[in-house]
Design a protein around this ligand. Structure first.
Ligand SMILES: NC(=O)c1ccc[n+]([C@@H]2O[C@H](COP(=O)([O-])OP(=O)(O)OC[C@H]3O[C@@H](n4cnc5c(N)ncnc54)[C@H](OP(=O)(O)O)[C@@H]3O)[C@@H](O)[C@H]2O)c1
Length: 288
């Protein structure tokens, strides 16, 4: 690889977020005697999802919080899932509830997400959290974790999106759409692309910031990247491959995220951080 692009080290930045979070958790425990707790809910046994939820619980414990594992069989109905999530919602010892995406296809995932009380939606997946992001309401709801983690990474590398043209490829409710809203809130001019977009390469070529959130290995080609662009690869496909043709893109970009070690660790760190913030909110602690 022959690149001059700065590698955006999500692992290192995530560790700094987790270190600060551990101090906050310590403060919460000293002030209230309560150990913040994240509940992870997994439906089915998809190996990648099993790994992700395990990693999330591990990070949780590494900063001094508790985690609770709820695993439900693949055939769980929407009603049963909603009931399990509601129970966690009503449990005062649980401060954050995460439903691992994707749920099996027969489940109405939106209904399940909406069963998470807004104050415990530390993964930022409810309509409430999305609305808060879209309307720029601070202190209500939580950032959706992957785009929230990307914004933290941009900040850590002193990237101010103001006036930049950001091109987001993908419009899923948990990634592309909230990403576009956050970049808009940060004063970028935003183009959102999806499977029906025409002349995608021409649009990507205009991006000062390009976010790839498609779910197809090396979908965004290196020769679509404008020289000097900042390339964020949110994709994570089999074989540790992202959604961007990394080597070719790195030759054009000024900054680029690696896969793995870029966006993934930032997603988890954001979740853990927001769980501690959620616990503080629920326990009436003022962290400002
Ligand atoms: N690192 C992390 O923490 C993390 C977290 C979540 C997801 N991810 C990864 O991010 C990627 C996207 O995840 P997701 O959940 O957002 O996926 P998704 O729900 O499948 O959404 C994919 C998006 O890509 C668009 N798309 C598909 N084919 C396209 C094409 N030919 N041209 C332009 N756009 C196209 C789709 O458009 P339509 O809307 O028109 O169908 C859709 O909006 C995956 O690789 C996933 O593993 C990583």
């Amino acid at each position: 690889m022959n690149t001059t692009a700065t590698l955006m080290d999500g692992k290192a930045v995530a560790q700094r977020v987790l270190d600060t979070c551990a101090q906050r958790v310590q403060h919460i425990k000293q002030q209230t005697g309560v150990k913040p707790c994240l509940a992870t809910v997994l439906v089915g046994d998809d190996p990648a999802s099993v790994t992700y939820t395990r990693m999330k619980r591990k990070r949780c414990e590494a900063v001094g919080m508790q985690s609770r594992k709820v695993e439900l069989p693949t055939e769980t109905t929407t009603e049963q899932l909603v009931a399990a999530i509601s129970e966690l919602g009503n449990d005062a010892s649980v401060h954050g509830v995460l439903l691992q995406h994707p749920s099996p296809p027969h489940v109405d995932e939106r209904a399940a997400f909406e069963a998470i009380p807004a104050i415990k939606d530390v993964d930022g997946v409810t309509i409430h959290s999305f609305g808060a992001i879209a309307l720029g309401v601070k202190g209500s709801g939580y950032d959706c974790c992957t785009p929230g983690g990307i914004m933290r990474l941009l900040k850590a590398y002193e990237v101010d999106p103001t006036g930049m043209h950001a091109v987001v490829v993908g419009r899923s409710p948990i990634l592309g759409k909230p990403m576009a809203m956050m970049l808009l809130a940060a004063n970028a001019t935003v183009t959102i692309c999806h499977s029906k977009t025409k002349e995608l390469p021409t649009l990507v070529e205009q991006g000062d910031i390009v976010v790839a959130a498609v779910g197809r290995p090396e979908f965004v080609k290196g020769d679509w990247i404008k020289p000097g662009a900042i390339v964020i690869d949110a994709g994570y496909n089999e074989g540790n491959v992202g959604d961007v043709e990394f080597d070719a893109a790195a030759e054009k970009a000024s900054m680029i995220t690696p896969v793995p070690g870029g966006v993934g660790p930032m997603t988890i760190a954001t979740l853990i951080d927001q769980t501690s913030i959620g616990a503080a909110r629920q326990l009436g602690l003022d962290l400002e």
